[in-house]
Design a protein around this ligand. Structure first.
Ligand SMILES: [Zn+2]
Length: 278
C-alpha cells in the first residue's frame, strides 16, 4: 500500500515535470518567435513607411508625399558625410525619418533606447531612426544654439551624427568602440556630422567655438551633459585638425580627456597671443 502510494506520487511528479517541460518549451518557442519578429521589424522598418528618396549613400524613408524639406535634408546629410574625410561610398545608410512620435517611440522601445532621444543608430543593420518631433522640440528650446552642437535641433546634423557612429564602428571595430570613453564615442560622430560645414564657415573657427564653452548664455537651458557633448566634439576636432592625429591615434588609451582638454586650452591661449593689437 505504501509502495503503491509512493509509485502514484512519483508518476504524478513525473507527469507534472513533463507538463512543466512542455510549457517551458512553448515559452522558449514563443520568446524566440517574438525575438525574431523584433529583429525583423528593426532590420526592415521600410515595410512600415510609404515613401523614400535617395541622395548618394543615404536613403531616407518617410511617410506622406515627397516634400522639399526631406529632399534638402537628405542632400545636406550627404554633403556633410562627403566633406568629412571619412566618406564611404560603398555603404548604404538607411534613415527612417519619423513624423509621428508614437511610431518613433515604438521603434525606440523595441531597441531598448529612450524615446526622448533625437535619434539612434543600429549599426548592425546600417539603420538610423530619427524623431522629427523630438528634434523640432529641441530646436525650439535651444533656439538652434550653439551651432554645430548636437542640441541645435537640425535633423541633417542628427542623421549625419548617427551615421558617424556607424562610420566609427566600421573603422575601428565594435569591440574597440565599446571600450572607448564617451567623449571619444560622441566626439567623432560630431566631427563627421559638422566638419564640412565648419571648414567653410568663417564665423565658427575652432578658437571661437572653444570660447563658447565658457559662455554661460549658450548653456542656460542646460541639461546634464549638453556642454560635455559640445566639448567632446571640440576635443576630437582639435586632435584631428590641429594635432594631425588619425582616428586610430585617437582611440588609444594614452589619449586622455584631461590631457586633450589641457592641450586644447593651451593652444587656444597661444592663438590669442598671436593676435596683434592695432
Ligand atoms: Zn551619438
Amino acid at each position: 500500500m505504501i509502495q503503491d502510494w509512493g509509485d502514484r506520487a512519483m508518476s504524478k511528479r513525473r507527469s507534472l515535470s513533463r507538463r512543466i517541460g512542455r510549457w517551458g518549451l512553448w515559452l522558449v518557442v514563443v520568446l524566440l518567435a517574438l525575438f525574431a519578429l523584433q529583429v525583423t521589424v528593426l532590420a526592415f522598418p521600410q515595410i512600415l513607411f510609404s515613401n523614400h528618396l535617395r541622395s548618394g549613400t543615404v536613403v531616407v524613408y518617410f511617410d506622406g508625399q515627397p516634400r522639399d524639406e526631406i529632399a534638402r535634408m537628405a542632400e545636406d546629410v550627404e554633403l556633410r558625410l562627403r566633406g568629412s574625410g571619412y566618406y564611404d561610398a560603398s555603404r548604404i545608410d538607411r534613415v527612417f525619418f519619423f513624423d509621428s512620435q508614437s511610431k518613433y517611440a515604438f521603434f525606440a522601445r523595441l531597441s531598448l533606447v529612450t524615446t526622448k532621444a533625437q535619434g539612434f543608430a543600429l549599426s548592425v543593420f546600417d539603420n538610423t531612426y530619427i524623431s522629427g518631433p523630438n528634434i523640432a522640440a529641441l530646436a525650439q528650446m535651444t533656439g538652434g544654439r550653439p551651432r554645430y552642437g548636437i542640441w541645435e535641433g537640425d535633423p541633417a546634423h542628427t542623421i549625419a551624427h548617427e551615421i558617424g557612429h556607424n562610420y566609427m564602428i566600421d573603422r575601428i571595430g565594435r569591440d574597440t568602440w565599446a571600450e572607448l570613453p564617451q567623449w571619444k564615442q560622441e566626439g567623432f560622430p560630431e566631427y563627421v556630422a559638422n566638419i564640412a560645414l565648419i571648414h567653410s564657415d568663417t564665423t565658427a573657427t575652432l578658437p571661437h567655438r572653444i570660447d563658447i564653452l565658457a559662455d554661460g548664455q549658450y548653456w542656460d537651458w542646460q541639461q546634464r551633459w549638453d556642454r560635455t557633448h559640445y566639448e567632446s566634439a571640440l576635443m576630437v576636432e582639435f586632435l584631428l585638425d590641429v594635432q594631425g592625429y588619425t582616428l586610430d591615434d585617437i582611440v588609444v588609451d594614452s589619449v586622455t580627456r584631461d590631457g586633450t582638454y589641457a592641450a586644447m586650452v593651451e593652444w587656444r591661449k597661444g592663438q590669442r597671443s598671436t593676435v596683434v593689437s592695432p
